[in-house]
Design a protein around this ligand. Structure first.
Ligand code: G4P
Length: 546
């Protein structure tokens, strides 16, 4: 996958600098966010297919084969038990080197899902046209807006009955608080789906069943100004409706403004059907044109230019025991600047140590590849001897770079956990603290309560099972868990004295792993009431881990 990069290793001086810049500028690194079943996997498979990262030539069971390729890669993660976490896939398309970060959905939803968004430069939001914005999309979207990253919307499944186009736009604007600008508009849906109208080219792209195609389908286009042909192609009624909609959108919709897109205030909206392979190429091409190059990240108040020669990266995910036999840990880095050369040593900012990364690898479709070099925008996974923590920085030795940490996201489920065999207290505490340090769970103590139990908070409930499984298998400790009713957690960000704080009766005061005070609540009303009762109190939902 990297032959051209390997050749570059031979080059020296100016020539290489130019190439490094070109390589970095060609990177587009994004995450796909969606509610389960909206079509994220199907869309990803089509992207990989277009990029040649998976090959379906000659296959008639296109989707089944594609799914197999991607699920093989998922299998690597599944093998470690019940936890599935996010990784990255790379492919080339139209001169761009594309890195897709996978954000697990379903019951696998965890803090890793949020963290992955910290490694992306923009996001693609997939929405089911018959459902509109759903719960999980809202949660993920909040993290995107926190970082002000551009968001591109693909409204999927137009081959099925869809909600009205205006209703869909309104839904996005109302639920997510972002302006929308349709780049194209659907003409009908379900059995009446005729195609899409592309506003920029003023052309209708006819819907065709390209499901069995092994690549991008051929596009059949008609100029809207060629009224006779347009009417014949989509029908009198559909054409009249399209013209009506166009008038309304041209009059009332937000104008396309690339600056607003780049600042995450406006989302360009595309329509299509991932399953039927329709509208995907149009989306991918336009998306890659608009998507930003690798963005500069902040180190001690200064933005580090991604195009500098100096290499730097931060850890956004740690995955333990990927290989059961070896109890290994893989740390996933997002490269933020320069070029990484596997031969070079790097400095680990947090420990002050200089080291050569062990077995650096990347994921291409279903294969793990040992890589020789990589560039800003890329994701690399390296063998971690227990040195790295989430948010850590590595860089060219002698450079002082320390990226802002990754925030701790608010857990949404809580349980009180204790070891069943009291003789195993030591292993229990050691295990639970190590797992918490990896970031799979968050643990809290009740100060002055004298209780031996630990409160565990997780973003997705599956993490409770992961915890139980890992404590039993890796630390030989059986645990009992009692679910707690808290759903809202807030870190105290003011100097408020917790002892005199006047809260609600359902509120619980706890401290996190770093001894920072925070409050747990059962409902949002209690959060607001506590804020009202304690002037000057500042509560935050995210806490920076720097
Ligand atoms: P996810 O990753 O977002 O969870 O969704 P995924 O792609 O797995 O798609 C969920 C279901 O929706 C799948 O059906 C998939 O085939 C279907 N789907 C995806 N895109 C489209 C589309 O554009 N049109 C239609 N009609 N369906 C679409 P499934 O029956 O759950 O899985 P499978 O048996 O097809 O694999």
């Amino acid at each position: 996958m990297f032959p051209e990069f390997i050749e570059n290793l031979e080059m020296h001086g100016e020539q290489q600098e130019v190439d490094t810049t070109a390589e970095i500028k060609s990177r587009r690194t994004f995450a796909i966010i969606s509610h389960p079943d909206a079509g994220k996997t199907t869309l990803t498979e089509k992207f990989l297919l277009y990029g040649g990262a998976i090959n379906l030539a000659g296959s008639v069971k296109g989707k089944a084969t594609a799914r197999h390729a991607v699920s093989d890669w998922m299998e690597i993660e599944k093998q470690r038990g019940i936890s599935v976490t996010s990784s990255a896939l790379q492919f080339h398309y139209n001169g761009a080197c594309v890195n897709i970060l996978d954000t697990p959905g379903h019951q696998d939803f965890s803090e890793d899902t949020y963290r992955t968004l910290m490694a992306a430069d923009c996001a693609v939001m997939v929405i089911d046209a018959s459902k509109g914005v759903e719960a999980q999309t809202k949660k993920l979207f909040r993290v995107c807006t926190m970082r002000h990253i551009p968001i591109f919307t693909f409204i999927n499944k137009l081959d099925r009955e869809a909600l009205d186009t205006f209703a869909l736009m309104e839904d996005i604007e109302n639920h997510l608080g972002i302006e929308t600008c349709p780049v194209n508009l659907p003409i009908g849906s379900g059995a009446q789906f005729k195609g899409i109208y592309e506003r920029k080219s003023r052309q209708i792209v006819m819907y065709g069943d390209t499901q069995k195609g092994t690549k991008e389908g051929t596009e059949h286009r008609i100029d809207l100004s060629d009224t006779g042909r347009a009417r014949e192609a989509v029908g009198e009624e559909a054409l009249a409706l399209l013209l009506e909609e166009l008038e309304l959108f041209d009059g009332a919709g937000a104008d396309f403004d690339l600056t607003a897109v780049r600042e995450g205030r406006l989302t360009p909206v595309f329509f299509g059907s991932a399953l039927q392979n329709f509208g995907v190429g149009i989306f991918l091409r336009a998306f890659l044109e608009m998507a930003p190059e690798p963005a500069g990240r902040i180190s001690e108040g200064q933005i580090i230019d991604p195009l500098t020669d100096d290499f730097s990266a931060f850890v956004f995910k740690i995955q333990a025991n990927m290989n059961k036999a070896h109890r290994d840990r893989i740390a996933f880095f997002r490269i933020c600047s320069g070029r990484y050369d596997a031969e070079d040593e790097v400095a680990h900012t947090q420990s002050g140590r200089t080291l050569r990364l062990s077995q650096p690898q990347t994921l291409i479709a279903n294969e793990r590849k040992i890589l020789k070099e990589a560039y800003a925008g890329d994701i690399i996974g390296v063998f971690d001897p227990g040195l790295f923590s989430i948010g850590d920085t590595i860089c060219t030795p002698g450079k002082s770079i320390r990226y802002e940490g990754i925030p701790t996201f608010a857990p949404e489920h809580f349980a009180r956990v204790r070891q069943i065999d009291t003789m195993k207290r030591k292993q229990f505490v050691k295990g639970i603290e190590q797992i918490a340090q990896e970031g799979a769970i968050q643990i809290f103590h009740e100060p002055d309560s004298g209780l031996e139990e630990i409160i565990v908070g997780v973003v997705g409930v599956l993490q409770f099972e992961v915890l139980k499984f890992r404590l039993e298998n890796e630390y030989n400790v059986e645990i009992a868990m009692d679910a707690l009713p808290y759903e809202y957690i807030r870190w105290v960000d003011s100097d408020t004295d917790l002892k005199t704080l006047s809260g609600t009766s359902d509120m619980k005061k706890v401290t996190d792993l770093k001894g920072r005070p925070l409050l747990l609540f059962i409902n949002e009303w209690s959060v607001n009431m506590t804020l009202e009762r304690n002037p000057g109190l500042i509560l935050t939902e995210f806490k920076n881990n720097a």
